[in-house]
Design a protein around this ligand. Structure first.
Ligand code: ADP
Ligand code: MG
Length: 850
């Protein structure tokens, strides 16, 4: 370790340990390559501050293994001696082990069984800026433990890029050391315009440029994932010159030896094609040029599926800065960015901590097992309220927790390395003797799709998941022959992953491989894992024939992907619903669904099924129906309907529908206006009587009066609404209307005239002029206070006068009018004194055509 003394952290180690000793907790910031990971744990070990185990939490599996091996070697030991590590699927740990590198997932698992971390003297949390959900939960737990444990637990949090002050405060006043960096200037070279080329071609051009523009130093290329690394290697092969320029890959799924080669010191120039593992976790000495694709493949948890999938996305600006910084660690360097300055401007400033966007079911369950409520845990960043509610509700539906906390099923779920959803599936399958199948289904859900092209439709069936199981089972029967897998268009690597995950699960549930034919049991197990994603299939309107929509239990809709094997049946669970944005259109798709029987909902979720009685408009019959339903969320499992019994709500619904069709279809609007006018007069002339306010535009209240006791539009059409409305008025008002504001008046001669009430004019009657002979005064209503307007008609039924003043007419107009009437209608009598004459009727007989 000749370079040991030159590491920036070296001169700060003693001071850092001193501060840790005084405070108990330490936050240590230093640039990548400063020596945090390799130097601090050993320095702590040497300090004798603790005789217990020193656990170093290293978020990336590959980093944990590499560092452990590297350190063991420098001590002339093997991994598993003084220095050990423990990651998923791999463990090097012995009785001599004093420093143990492990991922946060492994430590959380350990804390589940051993919450006090017995025998552990210190925990060093490295690369805390990664801020995975498990890291945040773990640090929250460690913070508690530091305070509660009787014997000392030293806690150190380290990172190259974090808000160290904030973390120190969060830990309740930890010491904070920031080791000054030794960073050389890095020249930034952006693209002028976005490139249209494939990424591997862009890398080829950039590597060529970096080789020609820099005469020495390694070139580190940041790529999103393994597939891109493979393609870039092909494209860059032409630069390879044995002994001079060598190309290395660096990613998590490499064999340890290959990983170490990428980091090892060599005399040749290296082109290292790496994932973001080299951003801060692993340091390669002698890098002078960085090529940054600006892309990363991130694991995104799919809440619905209960598993993560990888999504390619842009890195954050903070991450871009880190990547560029790798070129300036030992001397000045250059960073070639495969994106424009503008594109960089659109990157988000920082990575969002996972806890702010994650599903919380898993940590919630884990904390419940420790008797802790996640809602009460102090986190560095508090998770959103909705995520907390969602997680609690899901765990309840999965029967993992009850109101009192952890249930036995939840305890069993925690023993499985799976999201509680998938845990439920496995346990439910196991209970019916189909444990092996359950393990396979969970593995298929948790890992990448085993097909090369998941859009390719399979045969129709009951469940997309069972269809995948059948595919897997076939290749298993063929001994996982690669030829056959390729022939069946399966992804060999994915099949291997599924197999590995399945076998691990089989061990966890101590179950042997053997399949059942009990498909219904498996379909039910799937339902038990996805009770919140039940859906009903509906033929989508306005779509191609056969295309199906899913109406989800939560009320949303999703289209069933064309590749699904489920083509018929009504009830399903959707295992994954993906939202996709095309332009402004946001649509949801379900790729994998699985058939269920509605009865199973009653069998397993009796408490969630509710009986709902209500009324509903039956458009076809034009009537209000009483319906009683069995519902699961927003979905109707069973329904019966019959004609509703009339009540207020029924009337309201009937009226709403009548109004929609147009009130005039049911109400004689003229008659209605007349009634309203009479009511207005009643109010005016009889203030002592309580008259209801009805507006003449208010056909709705009119209908309301009329529709009482009715349930259909047909009935409503049949009734005289205005009459019904009048009859519904109080007796007193009806009396006033009938007696004082009548619709008919009698003249002296006995003739009955209809009184017309119209808006904005006095009430009027019409009749032949002669009918008024013998009358001194015209008819009046409202106790004689409201004179009717008279339309006085000539024998041809034309009005010769409209007047409210009969005496005035007799005196002033009649004498002159009489002359002309006598000329035109000589056969009628036109007396000189109309006041004393008796009313005469015009001759019925019509004159011949003149
Ligand atoms: P930090 O954790 O602060 O980023 P490290 O402790 O990882 O820094 O690295 C300190 C030095 O040790 C660096 O110069 C790095 O290149 C070297 N180093 C770390 N791990 C290995 C390894 N596995 N093989 C070779 N050199 C390594
Ligand atoms: Mg490190």
């Amino acid at each position: 370790m000749s370079s040991k003394l030159s590491l920036p952290i070296e001169s700060h180690l003693a001071g850092a340990l001193q501060k840790l000793k005084a405070n108990g907790q330490l936050v240590l910031e230093a640039e990548p390559g400063a020596g945090k990971t390799t130097r601090f744990p050993l320095a702590l070990l040497d300090s004798g501050l603790t005789s217990g185990l020193i656990i170093v939490v290293q978020p990336r599996r590959i980093a944990a293994r590499m560092v452990a091996h590297f350190l063991a070697e420098t001590m002339q030991e093997s991994a598993g001696d003084t220095i050990g590590y423990q990651v998923r699927f791999e463990k090097r740990l012995g009785p001599k082990t004093r420093v143990l590198f492990m991922t946060e997932g492994m430590l959380l698992r350990r804390m589940q069984g051993d919450p006090e971390l017995e025998g552990v003297g210190a925990v060093i949390v490295d690369e805390f800026h990664e801020r995975s959900l498990a890291l945040d939960v773990m640090v929250a737990l460690l913070g508690k433990l530091v305070r509660s444990r009787t014997d000392k637990l030293w806690l150190v949090v380290m990172s190259a890029t974090m808000d160290g002050q904030k973390v120190a405060e969060y830990l309740g006043g930890a010491e904070h050391i920031s080791v000054p960096g030794r960073v050389f200037p890095v020249e930034m070279k952006h693209l002028d315009v976005p490139s249209q080329n494939h990424l591997d071609q862009q890398v080829r051009v950039a590597v060529g440029r970096a080789l020609s523009e820099n005469s020495e130093g390694h070139i580190l290329v940041f790529l999103p994932g393994v597939a891109e690394i493979r393609r870039a290697r092909k494209a860059c092969e032409k630069y390879q010159r044995a002994g001079e320029i060598e190309i290395f890959d660096l990613h998590g799924s490499l064999a340890l030896k290959a990983q170490r080669q990428a980091l090892a010191k060599t005399n040749c120039r290296k082109i290292i094609l790496s994932t973001n593992i080299a951003e801060t976790s692993l340091t390669i000495d002698g890098v002078r040029a960085v090529i940054d694709s600006g892309l990363v493949r991130e694991s995104r948890f799919n809440q619905q599926r209960g598993a993560s999938s990888l999504v390619m996305c842009n890195i954050s600006q903070a991450s871009a800065t880190q990547r560029a910084g790798r070129a300036g660690r030992t001397q000045e360097g250059t960073c070639y960015r495969l994106y424009t300055r503008q594109a960089y401007g659109r990157f988000s400033a920082y990575d969002t901590p996972e806890i702010l966007r994650a599903d919380l079911a898993e940590p919630m369950l884990m904390l419940e097992s420790l008797g802790l409520k996640i809602e009460l845990m102090p986190f560095l960043d508090a998770p959103p309220e909705t995520a907390l509610l969602q997680a609690r509700s899901l765990l309840k539906k999965l029967s993992a927790i009850g109101d009192e906390g952890l249930l036995s099923l939840g305890k069993e779920m925690l023993r499985l390395p799976l999201h509680p959803r998938l845990g439920r599936l496995v346990l439910a399958a196991k209970e019916t003797g189909a444990g092996a199948d359950g393990a396979l289904l969970a593995a298929l859900l948790a890992e990448r799709d085993i097909r090369q092209n998941r859009d390719e439709p399979l045969e129709t069936g009951d469940s997309d998941l069972l269809a995948l199981r059948d595919l897997f089972t076939e290749v298993e029967k063929a001994g996982f022959s690669e030829r056959m897998m390729r022939h069946a268009r399966l992804n060999v690597l994915s099949v291997q992953r599924v197999r590995q995950a399945r076998d691990q699960l089989l061990r966890s549930i101590s179950c042997k491989k053997s399949s059942t034919d009990n498909e219904d049991a498996l379909l039910q197990a799937i339902l038990l894992a996805y009770p919140d994603q039940v859906a009903r299939m509906a033929v989508a309107s306005g779509k191609r024939k056969g295309e199906q929509d899913l109406v989800m239990v939560g009320g949303g809709r999703a289209a069933l992907h064309a590749s699904s094997v489920v083509r018929e049946g009504e009830w399903v669970v959707a295992l994954d619903v993906e939202e996709r944005q095309t332009g402004t259109d946001r649509r949801a798709w379900a790729r994998q669904v699985s058939r269920i029987e509605p009865d199973w909902l009653l069998d397993h979720f009796e408490d969630e099924v509710e009986a709902v009685d209500g009324i509903e408009w039956d458009g076809a019959r034009g009537r209000v129906d009483a319906i009683s339903q069995l519902r699961y969320g927003s979905l109707v499992l069973e329904e019966s309907r019959e004609r509703a019994k009339p009540d207020e709500a029924v009337t309201e619904l009937l009226i709403t529908e009548a109004m929609r069709k147009g009130a005039e279809q049911f109400v004689d609007m003229g008659a209605f206006a007349s009634l309203v006018r009479r009511l207005e007069y009643a109010r005016e002339f009889f203030p002592d009587v309580e008259v209801p306010e009805v507006s003449r535009d208010d056909a709705q209240s009119q209908l309301r009066l009329a529709a009482k006791g009715l349930t259909s539009l047909k009935e409503l059409s049949a009734v005289n609404c205005v009459k019904r409305a009048e009859e519904s008025l109080s007796y007193e008002v009806q009396n006033v209307l009938r007696k004082q504001l009548p619709t008919q008046v009698s003249l002296k001669g006995g003739r009955k005239l209809t009184v017309t009430y119209e808006p904005d004019k006095p009430p009027w009657v019409q009749s032949y002029l002669q009918d008024f002979f013998g009358m001194d005064q015209g008819p009046a209503i409202a106790s004689g206070r409201l004179a009717l307007t008279l339309h006085l008609l000539a024998p041809n039924r034309r009005a010769v006068q409209v007047t409210g003043d009969l005496p005035g007419f007799w005196d002033n107009h009649y004498p002159g009018l009489r002359q002309s009437l006598m000329r035109r209608y000589p056969r009628h009598g036109w007396p000189e004194d109309p006041r004393t004459a008796s009313p005469t009727r015009p001759t019925r007989r019509r004159k011949k055509q003149s």
